[in-house]
Design a protein around this ligand. Structure first.
Ligand SMILES: Cc1ncc(COP(=O)(O)O)c(C=O)c1O
Length: 498
């Protein structure tokens, strides 16, 4: 391997190996220090809109620049505009971890730079993807028969699954399009993610083609309402296409009753897609598996290792029991991609929208091997237990309330002083969140449920510990009280102990 031949003149060559080695070492050192010290950065970027662009030159450089200059600008211009998702007090949306093995996997994937469109364009990319997805299938408790692919996001995977569902409901649509056909409908709970609406729009069913089914007091889809909606649509000449159940809804992380929903989907011959983008990884934990009961009957399941499986963004897994229908909906092979081995190998391009695909399986393989299934279960359990702890503080605090149970690692809560109207409480909570976020110590996001504002605290970072939650709880109580002119509360009991 030593003594690489270099025939290209320097002005048309890549970065020389010596320089790459030097900067590669510096980069790894930088990343190791960054991860170790990430808590020292403001979790939410403290920049104003447009600030970064104003710092950047208007045009790309004509002449190449030194890596020293590029790296300096990375630190001085780019880094201040970064919201640190790897910060232990990042609790917004769904919290994530770009773990060490995952980051190294990204590095190797970038170096190999393969594009696994067809088997021969990356045999390792293709077969590792099939294999790792099968490992996950077993770990998640899904039966033999589910096969899968890795794509960028749950949005792409749900679109793929629903394209297959549309193909089942309208076999003619692939050739003729939807225009002359009866209207179709996808059913999802009112708590389903907007990616399902987007899929409906992109698949030509329209936004009205996604019918929202009411949820119960714990924000889980009402199966009876689903059945009634399907019957009503059938009577009106609308063609049902698919049902989407969510395990781990975006606002409250509620699990829809998948088994009951499946019996209805089956009754009407509909495709059942389960969106477990966030919570899916927790099906690896035996005591959490009950939330997923029935998903083994689904036609397709999506979950994101880049949410709660310690894999850097992007990495989303689609598992399906009906790969032929996915292919039937989407496979299209131009001449230049025909290969001799097509009949005996998988061509991943047949199972999604994109032709080209990154070697995402590599980082997932690194993560699964480095932590091991037991290590992953322990880490997920730890996050669930931290969320339970935070939830107990909310429950015990006068004038604070919780919106929903905490089946996973997300707590939805708010301050609801009795003397304030609902609108005033909303303002108080939003202001409190903005103040807490402005400290740079913590990042929280919010949601709206039953027309009221609620705050969300999601735990998914491997660096988050109890002391971080204590600090967040303290900030919430003191800064929120200041806003309303209420005397500030003392530090939480846990803080006094520490
Ligand atoms: C339940 C659910 N589904 C889908 C998505 C979309 O995920 P992605 O960004 O991978 O498209 C989210 C995002 O948080 C989600 O919470």
């Amino acid at each position: 391997m030593a003594g690489t031949r270099r025939s290209e003149p320097p002005d048309v060559a890549d970065m020389p190996p010596e320089e790459f080695r030097e900067w590669g070492r510096a980069a790894v050192d930088w990343i190791a220090r960054y991860l170790d010290e990430v808590e020292g950065y403001p979790v939410l970027a403290q920049v104003r809109p447009g600030e970064l662009r104003a710092r950047l030159p208007e045009n790309a450089p004509e002449a190449g620049e030194s890596f020293t200059d590029i790296f300096r600008d990375f630190e001085t211009s780019i880094l201040p505009g970064v919201t640190h998702w790897n910060h232990p007090s990042f609790h917004g949306y769904f919290a994530v971890t770009g773990s060490g093995p995952g980051i190294l996997g990204e590095l190797f994937a970038a170096a190999l730079n393969v594009n696994a469109m067809v088997w021969r364009s990356s045999p390792a990319g293709t077969e590792l993807e099939e294999h790792v997805v099968d490992w996950l299938r077993v770990l998640l408790g899904l039966p033999d028969g589910f096969v899968g692919v890795i794509q960028d996001t749950a949005s792409s995977n749900s679109l793929t699954a629903l394209a297959a569902a549309r193909h089942r409901a309208y076999p003619e649509v692939r050739e003729k399009g939807l225009f002359a056909l009866p209207r179709g409908r996808i059913y999802a709970s009112e708590e389903a993610h907007s990616s399902i609406d987007k899929a409906g729009i992109m698949l030509g069913l329209g936004h009205e083609g996604v019918r929202k089914i009411g949820a119960d007091r714990e924000f889980r889809m009402e199966p009876a309402a689903l059945r009634a909606a399907i019957r009503e649509d059938l009577a009106a000449g609308i063609r049902p296409v698919a049902v989407v159940a969510t395990v781990g809804t975006t606002s409250t992380s509620s699990p829809d009753p998948v088994h009951d929903i499946w019996t209805i989907a089956k009754e009407f011959g509909l495709w059942l897609h389960v969106d477990a983008a966030y919570a899916g990884a927790s099906a690896m934990v035996p005591e959490l598996r009950r939330h997923f009961r029935g998903w083994e009957q689904a036609d397709s399941v999506v979950f994101n290792p880049h949410k709660w499986l310690f894999t850097p963004v992007d990495c989303s897994v689609l598992l399906t029991r009906s790969p032929e229908e996915v292919r039937g909906a989407l496979a299209l092979t131009p001449e230049y991609l025909r290969t001799r081995e097509a009949g005996v190998t998988t061509n991943l391009m047949d199972y999604g929208i994109a032709l080209g695909r990154r070697f995402r399986a590599l980082k997932l393989w690194f993560v699964l091997r480095y932590f091991g299934a037991e290590g992953i279960r322990d880490r997920i359990r730890h996050h669930v237990s931290l969320a339970q702890t935070f939830s107990s503080w909310v429950d015990e605090a006068p004038e604070w309330e919780r919106a929903a149970p905490v089946p996973f690692s997300t707590v939805v809560f708010r301050r609801a002083p009795s003397g304030l109207t609902g609108a005033e409480q909303d303002t108080l909570n939003l202001e409190t969140m903005e103040r807490v976020n402005a400290t740079g110590e913590v990042f929280l996001s919010h949601t709206r449920l039953h027309d009221r504002v609620w705050l969300r605290l999601s735990i998914g970072n491997l660096r988050t510990g109890r002391r971080h939650l204590e600090r967040t709880w303290h900030l919430l109580r003191t800064l929120g009280a200041e806003e309303e002119g209420i005397p500030t509360v003392a530090a939480s009991p846990d803080q006094r102990q520490s």
